[in-house]
Design a protein around this ligand. Structure first.
Ligand code: AMP
Ligand code: MG
Length: 522
């Protein structure tokens, strides 16, 4: 029979050491990469959404996705035949400090699938306690599950490397959360998301063994990761480990450049939230830039130091890579190769960041003055609150022979209705510089517009949009989840029927919890 179950191919548990203790008790787990653990049964599961795109990718038929088994498996009430769910052991640096063992505290891996030459791990988030749950309950609430589900799928369609999501379900159970950590705990609807990625390995999976000076397990894990996910690096040796680090560094940089391009702020770039495959992982207190602002972070838990603010993401990527380098050093025993990779990150960042900004401006040639043009633009964008997405999208309509129309074209991006004369003059000066620069390009205005519209999305999951879907879902109306899911499948298309989502953040959302203020509570 044709079923996705024929494609089950568990590599993680087959190749890596398992925790010998079978009990699901909270503890330090040593010399093991994972612990076998079963998802917690849920009382009244209800599927709210299934990604048709992901069904196809995994080879799951429509009929299978509508079966009782699908509902049960992806809400924690049944286990697929010939599989054994498990939670991974990892550590991490949180907000700059080593936090020791963390691990999958509420994520339970179901199995892996190989389909059409692609490899996928399937994982439930919010499926109950594991040995790594520390003081928490292993559960997830509806609001954070909607945010993860919608955002990870939308990131994929934006072309940003990311984990994916297969399904979003209510568990029927209540979950107690103190959303703002201010002593006001309340019950919320429990939910579970099935997320999907080639691997959920994080920097922290490697760091934990280094911290414990467990070189043997570290080596086993690194060898597995290279063989399985970086096979192009070839036979294993110390030189290969440096090449592995280089590949991870390059993917990490590429990822962060993509975040900067679309205005995504991860919010909690701890090393346990850094994918070894360079994917966006762990959608928690993330947010989208509305007003362009290098200093912005949506995460109120980080409001004091703003370590994970938009403009600091590239630096943090590097800081996190240093931690991974320290772990891999135990296998390589020679710092030079690792240091070169880290140095390259800095220079590659300058080059790639400039190239990314050129593309946002529709520039296809490279001129020395471009950096200045971009810095001048950033200065203008910071003069008054200016919506990043609307600005770049509307800029595609600019005509190089009509620089005087610039301000009018981007008018909708400003949060204040009238610009003072001084600010308007600065903008006009920039538009003149931009127009002059465009004269040196070989393409027409129309060609440039098409190119820019493939780089600058029209629709992103604005913070208030996710919150509207959450508010409706709390009242058992799930239609907006589907509307946003459909909308964000084509973020670069005009989609006139969805024009209302091409709009600045409404005033009510400026200081609303969930829109501009998010915590790690999820
Ligand atoms: P996060 O901030 O979501 O990346 O989580 C950091 C660590 O805390 C990870 O080890 C998570 O698995 C764990 N964690 C977060 N929330 C919970 C929860 N509700 N129950 C158990 N562990 C959790
Ligand atoms: Mg995490």
């Amino acid at each position: 029979m044709k079923t996705f179950k024929n494609h089950i191919n568990d590599t993680f548990t087959a190749n890596l050491p398992a925790d010998p203790i079978a009990e699901n008790t909270r503890r330090q787990v040593t010399e093991s990469c994972f612990s076998y653990v079963s998802p917690k049964a849920t009382s009244n599961p209800e599927l709210l959404h299934v990604s048709d795109d992901m069904l196809e990718t995994l080879g799951i038929s429509k009929a299978e996705s509508e079966s009782e088994e699908f509902l049960k498996v992806f809400t924690g009430n049944a286990v697929l035949p010939n599989t054994r769910p498990y939670a991974m052991c990892y550590g991490g640096h949180q907000f700059g400090n080593w936090a020791g063992q963390l691990g999958d505290g509420r994520a339970i891996n179901l199995t892996e699938i190989t389909y059409k030459e692609h490899h996928w791990a399937l994982q439930l988030k919010g499926a109950g306690e594991t040995p790594y749950s520390r003081t928490a309950d292993g559960l997830a609430v509806l609001r954070s599950s909607i945010r993860e589900y919608l955002c990870s799928e939308s990131m994929y369609h934006l072309g940003v490397p990311t984990t994916r999501a297969l399904s979003l379900a209510l568990t029927g159970d209540q979950v107690l959360r103190d959303m703002l950590y201010n002593g006001n705990a309340a019950y919320e609807k429990g939910a579970v998301v099935c997320r999907v990625a080639p691997s959920f390995l994080r920097f922290g999976n490697f760091e934990i063994f280094a911290a414990r000076q467990d070189v043997a397990t570290l080596k086993t894990l690194v060898d597995y990761t290279i063989n399985q996910f970086y096979p192009e690096l070839g036979t294993l040796s110390k030189a290969t480990y440096v090449q592995f680090f280089k590949a991870v560094s390059e993917r990490t940089l590429k990822l962060i450049i993509e975040w900067q391009r679309v205005g995504f702020v991860h919010g909690v770039m701890n090393t346990d939230n850094m994918s070894i495959l360079g994917l966006t992982i762990d959608y928690g207190p993330y947010g989208w830039l509305e007003g362009f602002d290098f200093g912005w972070t949506p995460n109120t838990t980080d409001s004091q130091h703003k370590r994970y603010r938009y403009g600091n993401q590239p630096n943090i990527g590097l800081w996190n890579l240093y931690q991974l380098a320290n772990a891999l050093y135990l296998l390589i025993e020679e710092a030079d190769g690792l240091q070169t990779v880290l140095d390259d990150y800095k220079t590659d960042f300058e080059t790639q960041s400039l190239q990314m900004m050129r593309s946002k401006l529709g520039l296809q040639t490279e001129l020395d003055d471009d950096l200045q043009l971009i810095q001048n633009l950033e200065d203008c964008l910071l003069l008054t609150e200016t919506d990043m997405t609307i600005f770049f999208r509307n800029l595609a309509k600019f005509e190089k022979d009509k620089s005087g129309n610039g301000l009018q074209i981007i008018q909708d991006a400003f949060y204040q209705s009238e610009l003072n004369i001084e600010i308007a003059e600065k903008w006009n000066a920039w538009f003149q510089q931009y127009a002059k620069r465009l004269q040196q390009e070989l393409i027409s205005d129309a060609e440039r517009a098409t190119f820019m519209n493939s780089v600058n999305p029209k629709y992103v999951l604005r913070n208030y949009m996710a919150q509207l879907a959450i508010d409706a879902a709390e009242k058992s109306d799930y239609s907006l989840i589907d509307e946003l899911y459909q909308l964000l499948k084509q973020p670069y298309d005009e989609q006139p029927k969805y024009e209302k989502w091409f709009a600045k953040r409404p005033e009510w959302a400026r200081h609303k919890v969930g829109c501009s203020m998010l915590s790690c509570s999820s």
